[in-house]
Design a protein around this ligand. Structure first.
Ligand code: GLN
Length: 502
């Protein structure tokens, strides 16, 4: 049997169909992607691969297919952000602190998607990310930066930069990511792929190396909303014994409706009745003209599809930056205290007493940004400052969430840019933490509110760099977001574009 040469051009749904029809085996698909990963190693997207492990998983998937099983993801490969612990691959969270760490168990999301107990996907390896998921450019990885496949001199976004670059370069049909303050949406936007951060609690956090526990959320990154829907259907669901913050709601099938709309003849205005709210604060001078232009053109397309655009206000948007950069470091400083060289993590080779051992191990293991956040977090939680910073931030967080509810009284979905600019040059913001923090302006507020949000490719800016459109939904409305993005993707082809030369 001759293999289609460009298997990597196929998305998740198409690969799954070929596998189900037994036109191609999971072993063949896996070998094909592993070869691409080898060829494109210079992108820096992967931190670990293991062909033997992946091929063994592929054989297990093929056995299930041979036995007649037909589940929607069976045999399709993916890779995981290196923040999800995996038994079969090392897990570093992009940090020297966890160099060579191997988890004795799989994260819930990993096992739900995997071949042993789950949907039957084959793991191709672990994807680079900012250290402990702290960053916006993937230049905080302790191992290597990731290059944006659209222009290798630019960042792919962060912290799920490896996931985004790998999907955009077609090294994997899909990847997992995590989003604490934008880390799925922003890299998806900057690399021209689709990604969704579900409602806080929709996916189990068990086995995700913790950054800021009240914000961290897993989600899929792929080329299309349909492919994201397929993955999310298997990733989501309650995990009561292992993550008490996971939502007690049944896992949903996000994909079947979308597949039905793709095959049916198109209705004239499929989004008729959908009200899209545009927050004034997302369309101000803080956003670059090139991004605004692409976003507005995408919104005009939504109007053609029948949606109506309404102005809404999220007056506390600016405060989301200081609020997030108090709360997230506070939680991080607490979560990262476990890395003491005894219970977890790197231990210095030479030290004096116990305190010296902690000091040296932590100084050697953590990079600059992580250290900075631990210090900020410890400061805002300390006696005398707690009320002024941490408590105050929590109060404003509540007000930010309330503002969203007021806006949702006027609209069904909120839309705007994901990032104020296209991807910047590697190194451009490396020495300026505040410049990185400011770039998160459009993603932080919905994270603080725990709302679902996604990014869908919406065109290109001046240097032919991708621009993403952000869609934010009310709680539990992932299906509505995915369906709106899917209609947009049936009418446009931004999500099908691919970087040259890769
Ligand atoms: N850029 C944000 C930060 O550095 C968000 C990171 C994330 O979502 N993990 O914290």
């Amino acid at each position: 049997m001759s293999l289609p040469k460009d298997l990597h051009d196929l998305g998740v749904a198409q690969l799954a169909a070929k596998l189900a029809a037994r036109e191609v085996s999971s072993v063949e698909v896996t070998q094909h992607f592993l070869e691409r990963i080898r060829q494109q190693d210079s992108l820096g997207a992967f931190l670990a691969t293991d062909a033997e492990v992946s091929l063994a998983q592929a054989r297990a998937a093929d056995a299930r297919l041979a036995a007649g099983e037909r589940t929607p993801l069976l045999g399709v490969p993916l890779a995981h952000k290196d923040i999800f612990v995996t038994r079969d691959f090392p897990t570093t969270a992009g940090s020297k602190m966890l160099d060579n760490y191997r988890s004795p168990f799989d994260a819930t999301v990993v096992s739900k998607l995997g071949v042993t107990h789950g949907a039957g996907m084959v793991t191709l390896g672990k994807l680079n990310c900012d250290e402990f998921a702290m960053g916006s450019g993937n230049d905080n990885s302790a191992y290597k930066p990731v290059q944006n496949p659209w222009d290798t001199s630019r960042i792919p976004g962060g912290s799920s930069g490896g996931s985004a670059a790998a999907v955009a370069a077609r090294l994997v049909p899909a990847a997992t990511g995590t989003d604490t303050g934008g880390s799925i949406r922003q890299p998806a936007a900057l690399t021209g792929i689709t990604g969704i951060k579900p409602t806080y609690g929709r996916c189990s956090r068990y086995g995700m190396v913790a950054f800021a526990s009240s914000l961290d959320q897993a989600g899929p990154m792929a080329r299309s909303a349909l492919d994201c829907a397929l993955l999310l259907s298997s990733m989501a669901g309650p995990d009561p014994d292992r993550d008490s913050t996971s939502l007690d709601l049944p896992a949903l099938d996000y994909a079947t409706d979308l597949i039905a709309t793709s095959t049916r003849e198109q209705r004239a205005e499929p989004l008729k009745g959908l009200r899209i709210g545009l927050p004034t604060q997302f369309f101000g001078t803080g956003c670059s003209a090139e991004v605004l232009k692409a976003v507005r053109a995408a919104l005009a397309e939504f109007e053609k599809l029948g949606a109506t655009l309404v102005d809404v206000s999220l007056p506390l948007t600016e405060l989301s930056i200081p609020v997030y950069y108090v709360i997230a470091p506070a939680e991080a400083s607490s979560n990262l205290s476990r890395f003491d060289g005894v219970r977890y993590g790197h231990r210095a080779a030479h030290y004096g007493d116990l305190t010296d051992m902690y000091k040296k191990s932590r100084s050697e293991g953590f990079g600059d940004e992580v250290t900075r956040r631990i210090m900020i977090g410890t400061y805002v939680l300390s006696h005398g400052y707690y009320d002024a910073y941490y408590l105050k931030a929590q109060k404003i967080r509540r007000l930010i969430a309330e503002d969203f509810q007021k806006a949702f009284a006027q609209c069904d979905i909120i839309a705007g840019p994901v990032s104020p600019t296209v991807a910047w040059k590697i190194g451009e913001k490396s020495d300026d933490p505040v410049a990185n923090y400011l770039a998160d302006i459009y993603t932080l507020s919905s994270s603080l509110a725990g709302l679902p949000g996604m990014s869908a490719p919406a065109g290109f800016g001046e240097h032919h760099m991708p621009v993403g459109l952000q869609l934010i939904g009310n709680y539990f409305k992932e299906a509505q977001l995915l369906s709106a993005a899917h209609q947009f993707q049936l009418a446009t082809d931004w999500h099908m574009r691919q970087p040259q030369g890769i």
